[in-house]
Design a binder for this molecule. Sequence first.
Ligand SMILES: Nc1ncnc2c1ncn2[C@@H]1O[C@H](COP(=O)(O)OP(=O)(O)OP(=O)(O)O)[C@@H](O)[C@H]1O
Ligand SMILES: [Mg+2]
Length: 430
Amino acid sequence: MQGFPDKDASRSTRLSSVFCGCLGRTAENARKGYGGGIDPIANPYAPGAGTPPPLLAGRDGVLDAFDVVIGRAAAGNSFQPIVLSGLRGVGKTVLLLAFRSTARDAGWPIELFEARPGGDLRSQVAEALPPMIRTVNKRWRNRARAQRIGRIAASFARAVQATLLRSGFRLELEPEPGVADSGDLETDLTELLVALGEGAQDEGVGAALLIDELHEVPPEQLSALVGAAHRVNQDGLPVVLGGAGLPPVGRVLSEARSYAERLFSIRPVGALSPDDSARAFLEPAEALGVDITDGALDRLVRVSGGYPFFIQSYGKHVWDLADDSPIAEDDVDLAEPRAYRELVDSFFKPRYDRATPSERRYLHAMAELGDGDVSSAVVATRLGHDQPSRVSPQRDGLLTKGLIYAPERGVLAFTVPHMAAYLRQLPERP
Ligand SMILES: Nc1ncnc2c1ncn2[C@@H]1O[C@H](COP(=O)(O)OP(=O)(O)OP(=O)(O)O)[C@@H](O)[C@H]1O
Ligand SMILES: [Mg+2]
């Protein structure tokens, strides 16, 4: 199972986390650590995948919505689990980590895992169960019920010969014959979740499973997952099955089961507003005693386009290059090409390299048509074909590789922000 940083990204640390993660450095030595300049060791910006940012800017609405979901679930009221939908690098994973922290703080058994392309959902759920069983064993007052959950988890795992591992050790739990062991994913997942939900309800809490990259779950397994979510919802049980994925995730869920769009609350996650982007740059620096001039801040907000991953990359480079506080426009002049080069190397190029030469030609044709959604028929025409079907192998290859997605039938878009601009400035075409 893909590991997730266990760092606390919860709201309680949302504003104060700027004071940690800097190796205990004070504002004074953040300014003067290296030759009187700004100390790179104290650099607060955190470009990465699922790396909690120094300030989780502009996401109060969705964090509040998750608080309401778990509050309502635990109170026995109806709720819609949240599924985040957004492009690469907008901060979906860090939000799921924040959700996990919130639910853990509320005493919920909760796990988060990342769906693997073509992977087996049952094995992945089985891998996620041991930490949840640990929470159940530690917190539930009804011991018999807690032990039964462990046995049902063992049954669920055994049906695919999966073992329940905790920190590399096999959990030796006797299965519960006849429960969650039929081999049918929907039946077994439902039985597992119903048992978990009934127990959690008695304890006054809930339980949750969050799945990142949800669009990667194969359709028939997704259908089983949605079916199980529907059943616990109908039974009024406090089990939250949520997650995140690329923008087709809402459509993929509805295709799995038509009622999915009513079952889940699909929340788009996008670029930050200019004000929130400015806060994301400024507040982590200010917390370390470093100021940013208005001119420099405007430039940083503009070049990042408000995309969270770009904000962290530009923030990191401008901090490393600035000699002294305040960070000024000439520091941005120096940092901009370096940050962009790093974005090319870590974000754009690896994805472009995954495409075959004919798929690349397709990508370039899309990019030349503009930055937003494009019609697949127009792309085909641009490639010299009257029939879009002539280039559907390329389109399908790019969809499978996750480089593009179809916001609606016959329409395509890049999954990576600013990809079209990157492609247009490439000196060579395949
Ligand atoms: N609200 C935010 N404010 C500032 N920075 C953020 C915010 N959300 C995320 N980031 C930063 O953006 C980067 C990308 O975050 P994350 O990996 O969660 O994105 P993602 O949407 O899951 O991307 P992917 O689709 O590639 O998995 C990280 O460096 C993170 O610290
Ligand atoms: Mg992610």
